[in-house]
Design a protein around this ligand. Structure first.
Ligand code: TPP
Ligand code: MG
Length: 226
């Protein structure tokens, strides 16, 4: 199921619940996924989304990427709950935490969550521990971040760790390189595809917001190209 998100943190959660409700009403086996950062866990929209999804057993998975930082704000300054997946307890939902971004565990955890959603057993909250490789924005010197934390990033990078794991399981270097190239190609093709798409008409901003479009000047008449 595809729907967009914006730069407003936790904004993806209420539309994910709406998409899940639509999937249920249309009787499809679609599952909605809402992504957020650990800094958004205190947002009302996220907690209200969890509640509604739980009460209605909707097919939705909430995925929290916990990188310990919300721009320059460390997680422990804004919450005493180190394991964000425990927020699920307050809504009597399953919550699962994946440590250190392990791809196989992420896959298995997501598979369980999607399976529960498809079986009509409602939402799951997954928190994945990730590690921020760069600053929050271009030009962020990250002076607020301890040196040791930045120095250990290469050692805990999940990509080389996954390569080591594949080698240990008997996959040769040539095959690993082919996999790396095909993954890079898929990302580059997706970026090219996205860049080639036409921009939406400004007036489309009002579509699917209200049952009846609001009266007054349309965005198309007042807005610019962006
Ligand atoms: C409702 C709202 N408040 C404040 C901001 C400004 N803001 C942009 S990113 C960010 C931190 C987000 O941290 P987190 O949720 O941990 O995501 P991360 O960037 O670490 O992936 C904030 C506060 C915003 N975009 N939306
Ligand atoms: Mg964060």
């Amino acid at each position: 199921m595809n729907f967009a998100c914006s730069g407003i943190i936790a904004q993806g959660c209420p539309p994910a619940v709406g998409a899940a409700l639509a999937a249920e009403k249309r009787n499809t086996d679609a599952v909605a996924v809402g992504y957020l950062g650990e800094g958004a866990l205190q947002q009302g929209g996220f907690l209200e989304s969890l509640n509604l999804a739980a009460v209605r057993d909707l097919p939705v998975v909430f995925v929290v990427e916990d990188n310990d930082w919300a721009i320059s704000m460390p997680k422990d300054r804004v919450t005493d709950v180190a394991d964000g997946s425990r927020r699920a307890d307050g809504f009597d939902l399953p919550g699962e935490r994946v440590d250190h971004n392990d791809p196989v565990t992420v896959y298995e955890t997501a598979e369980r969550a999607v399976g529960r959603a498809r079986a009509g057993n409602g939402p799951t909250l997954i928190e994945v521990q990730v590690h921020r490789r760069m600053g929050h924005f271009m030009g962020d010197a990250q002076g607020y971040r301890p040196d040791e934390e930045i120095e250990r990033l290469d050692r805990i990078d999940p990509i080389p760790r996954t390569e080591d794991r594949l080698r240990a399981e008997g996959v040769d270097d040539e095959r690993i390189e082919t996999l790396r190239e095909s993954a890079t190609d898929r990302v580059e093709e997706a970026i090219e595809w996205a860049k080639e798409q036409p921009k939406p008409a400004p007036g489309a901003a009002h579509e699917d917001v209200f049952v009846n479009p609001p009266s007054g000047p349309a965005v198309a008449e007042t807005g610019g190209d962006d």
